[in-house]
Design a protein around this ligand. Structure first.
Ligand SMILES: Cc1cc2nc3c(=O)[nH]c(=O)nc-3n(C[C@H](O)[C@H](O)[C@H](O)COP(=O)(O)OP(=O)(O)OC[C@H]3O[C@@H](n4cnc5c(N)ncnc54)[C@H](O)[C@@H]3O)c2cc1C
Ligand code: FES
Length: 328
């Protein structure tokens, strides 16, 4: 079977290979995150030809299916196909590795969030693009966490981790983890990072610990002198209560940056907006046709934000997201 992309690139796909797998074998990288038909990061439209699903998915609606929208990590071509998607060129992809890591810092921010810093062996040469995530292994438990700092060559990775009641890894982080505990990480993973574009507004939506990869992306921009720093940056940080906010973009050093905390369960005079982050974006009157949106946090927020913002002028392929779905 032959797969052709919007940019004209084409490649062969073996029987029973997904679109994503075939692309990868041909050194083409398509948008993705979980690779498990659960997060929607890899949504594509099939313009010509037919595919079948490897497993039943619960994230593509029947209306979308009727428009031949599918998941590249789950769709297997059954004829030659043409896709409305293109290769993620110009983005450095670092080799995925599994390496040991020791806990360097454990700091409870509040009852629900803990900051963790991992120290990697100096010989590991671990690199990543700001916004990506890694899998952390504690014995047989494996969970995904977004790296919250940009790469600085120090071999230290920062994470903001939320406590889930009854969560196996939550129990470890909040009750048992100790400095110098030995873990393993696998990564870097995912394609949640800033894209080059001519859009003038960059809008970040981060709810809860979903602010972590956004912080990493912003820190990386600080060291970036090119024209991207001239854009307008908006950060909509969502939390239930005002006491839940744990980070602000202080010292980021970008000229045009607006930080807007949004609480969903408490009206508070010290907080700019009340309600959902996507509604707060609309109330600010930002021209969405001239914007790119990067959303990270719960899948409910991401689905609702995509729906609302694309029906108010945002181009669908300028919405990028990393859903913090359950990773076990
Ligand atoms: C790409 C990616 C990046 C992520 N980055 C981060 C991050 O930076 N910080 C962070 O705190 N978490 C992040 N997560 C979520 C994280 O991987 C775990 O799912 C979460 O920490 C729970 O793990 P646990 O072992 O404590 O709970 P589990 O033992 O897995 O589950 C315990 C209970 O909590 C519920 N639960 C578990 N995970 C979730 C979830 N994500 N949403 C809703 N309910 C859930 C389960 O249904 C279950 O009832 C990310 C997930 C993904 C896929
Ligand atoms: S649904 Fe395909 S990468 Fe998550």
């Amino acid at each position: 079977m032959k797969i052709t992309l919007r940019d004209g690139k084409s490649f062969k796909c073996d029987e029973n290979q997904t679109i994503y797998e075939a692309a990868k074998c041909n050194n083409i990288t398509l948008e993705h995150s979980c690779l498990n038909a659960r997060c929607r990061s890899c949504v594509v439209q099939v313009i010509e030809g037919k595919v079948k699903d490897r497993v039943e998915d619960f994230v593509i609606s029947s209306e979308e299916k009727s428009k031949n929208i599918t998941l590249s990590c789950n769709a297997i071509p059954i004829s030659d196909i043409v896709l409305d998607v293109q290769d993620l060129v110009n983005i450095p992809f670092y080799e995925k590795k599994i390496i040991p890591a020791k806990i360097d810092l454990l700091s409870k921010i509040n009852n629900e969030i803990i900051e963790i810093r991992l120290r990697l062996p100096p010989s590991s040469n671990f690199n990543y693009t700001s916004g990506q995530y890694v899998n952390i292994f504690k014995g047989k438990i494996k969970r995904s966490y977004s790296v919250a700092n940009s790469f600085d060559g120090s071999g230290k990775l920062q994470f903001f981790i939320k406590k889930y009641e009854g969560g196996l890894m939550s129990d470890y982080w909040f009750n048992n983890a100790k400095i110098n505990d030995l873990l393993r990480i696998e990564g870097p993973l995912g394609t949640f990072f800033l894209r080059e574009s001519t859009k003038e507004n960059i809008i970040f939506l981060g709810t809860g610990t979903g602010i972590a990869p956004i912080k990493a992306i912003l820190e990386n921009l600080k060291t970036n002198n090119d024209k991207i720093v001239k854009k307008n940056f908006w950060i909509f940080n969502g939390a239930r209560y005002s006491d839940d906010f744990f980070w602000k973009p202080d010292n980021i050093g970008l000229e045009n940056i607006k930080y807007i905390p949004v609480t969903s369960r408490e009206r508070n005079n010290n907080v700019d907006e009340y309600g959902y982050v996507q509604d707060a974006v609309l109330r600010k009157g930002i021209n969405l046709a001239k914007s790119q949106v990067y959303a990270c946090g719960s899948s409910e927020m991401i689905f609702a934000a995509r729906e609302k913002l694309t029906s108010n002028g945002l181009e669908a392929d300028h919405f990028f997201a990393d859903a913090f779905i359950q990773s076990n």
